[in-house]
Write a protein that binds this ligand. Structure first.
Ligand code: NAP
Length: 387
């Protein structure tokens, strides 16, 4: 099982291995400090992504890498003299990067993985003005190209785990590297939420998934279920209908929350069946998911739905665990900002899905990114005058 495999890899290689804490919000995740999702870092560097973990193959691979990294002296590498460090390379971070670079600020953008963030889990973006049916990959590639043309430095696979505010510059730490800058823009976005039902963690990657675009391919001609009633759930169901033979959309209320246009498209799709006012009570299957136990909340009846895949799409949590004692967060962990995107700390700004906001869209994220960059520029200029 994926969790077992991840645990064994962690036990074998100890502190050298850092398994990204997708599960930190779950009891199991906290207990083992591992995740079944194999976003695996060695010495702070991402070496593998994806949730389908073959333990033997992976152990061999890690052995080779650890063999190499042990040769490397683990001194901290310092990168000083930046005006701005942007953390996160989704639409908000990349837009901030474009504006900072155009303002001739010496700026580096750090991303824990490749660029794009959550938007890369959507296959098609239909509501970003001016890009009719843009693929998310294309949109991000364009943003990246634009930012690089203006001179933005982009460093991918640098996972930031700490910010220090002791000196006059802010210090941003990613593994063994420290970037210091006058201002920081936080744009780390969101990570997907867990349902919190028994065996969810154990069957993650063994039929339980959080990303249709990533995993739909494994379910060609099979039956799958999606849980959730928002835009993501409906988009996932629509996407999965291109691969699976049957898609069940399970939602706890008797109406969906998703945009009406998405609902209309889904209702017309013959492969999608709706189980409204239903909840998932449990997962069936020993090594791999074989079905889900559902309950009809209106009648109280319970039944078993035979599915090979369950896609959980019940919203997201902000990626802010490394910010807890640094900037003010709301009760859900979103960063609190003012209308200039300034956080509780002067010189630290937040943009996009990570912040407290009534709307989380690509269009709102890019606006935030632009404001954050201009605010950072003004902060730096004013501080220079005072010096
Ligand atoms: P969301 O809008 O927060 O919806 C989450 C859904 O999951 C809701 O239907 C909620 O039910 C359900 N849910 C939450 N906790 C649950 C639980 N424990 N058990 C069962 N169901 C649960 O999240 P989202 O769909 O990921 O969207 C997040 C944001 O991104 C939204 O602002 C959305 O508009 C945006 N987005 C936009 C697009 C687009 O424009 N194309 C695409 C994707 C996402 P209730 O309805 O009962 O609360």
């Amino acid at each position: 099982m994926a969790l077992e495999a991840a645990k064994k890899i962690k036990e074998k290689f100890g502190e050298l291995i850092f398994l990204e804490e997708y599960l930190t919000d779950s009891d199991e995740g906290r207990a083992f400090n591992v995740t079944t999702s194999s976003n695996i870092f060695v010495n702070g560097q991402l070496v593998a992504m994806g949730i389908w973990l073959d333990q033997d193959k992976f152990t061999k691979y890690i052995q080779e890498i650890v063999g190499e990294t042990k040769q490397i002296k683990k001194d901290v590498v310092r990168h000083a003299g930046y005006d701005v460090v942007i953390i996160g390379g989704g639409p908000a971070g990349l837009t901030a990067g474009i504006y900072c670079a155009r303002a001739r600020l010496k700026t580096v953008l750090l991303d824990g993985a490749g660029l794009g963030g959550q938007v890369m889990t959507t296959d098609n973006i239909e509501n970003y003005p001016g890009f009719v049916g843009a693929g998310s990959g294309e949109l991000i590639k364009n943003m990246e190209g634009q930012a690089r043309r203006f001179g933005l430095e982009i460093q991918t696979f640098k996972r930031v785990n700490q910010i220090q505010l002791t000196g006059s510059d802010k210090e941003v730490r990613a593994g063994d590297e420290i970037y210091s800058a006058k201002a920081v823009i936080l744009a780390t976005g969101l990570k997907t939420a867990e349902l919190g039902i028994p065996r969810e963690t154990e069957l993650r990657g063994q039929g339980v998934s959080y990303c249709a675009v990533c995993d739909a391919n494994y379910f060609i001609g099979k039956r799958v279920a999606v849980v959730g009633g928002g835009d993501t759930a409906v988009e996932e169901a629509l996407y999965l209908s291109k691969f699976a033979s049957q898609v069940y959309l399970i939602h706890r209320r008797n109406e969906l929350r998703a945009a009406k246009i998405l609902q209309e498209t889904a209702f017309q799709n013959e492969k999608i069946s709706f189980l409204l006012s239903h909840i998932i009570q449990g997962l069936v299957g020993s090594n791999f998911l074989e079905g889900v136990k559902v309950q009809n909340l209106e009648t109280g009846d319970t039944s078993r739905l035979e599915v090979d895949g369950l896609f959980i799409a019940i919203g997201s949590r902000p990626h802010t665990s490394f910010l807890k004692d640094i900037v003010a967060l709301d009760e859900h962990g979103h960063v609190i900002v003012n209308d200039k995107m300034q956080t509780s700390v002067p010189g630290i700004y937040a943009a996009g899905d990570i912040r407290v906001t009534p709307l989380r869209q690509v269009s709102t994220a890019v606006g935030d990114g632009a404001i954050a960059a201009i605010s950072a520029e003004r902060y730096i200029t004013e501080n220079r005058k005072e010096e």
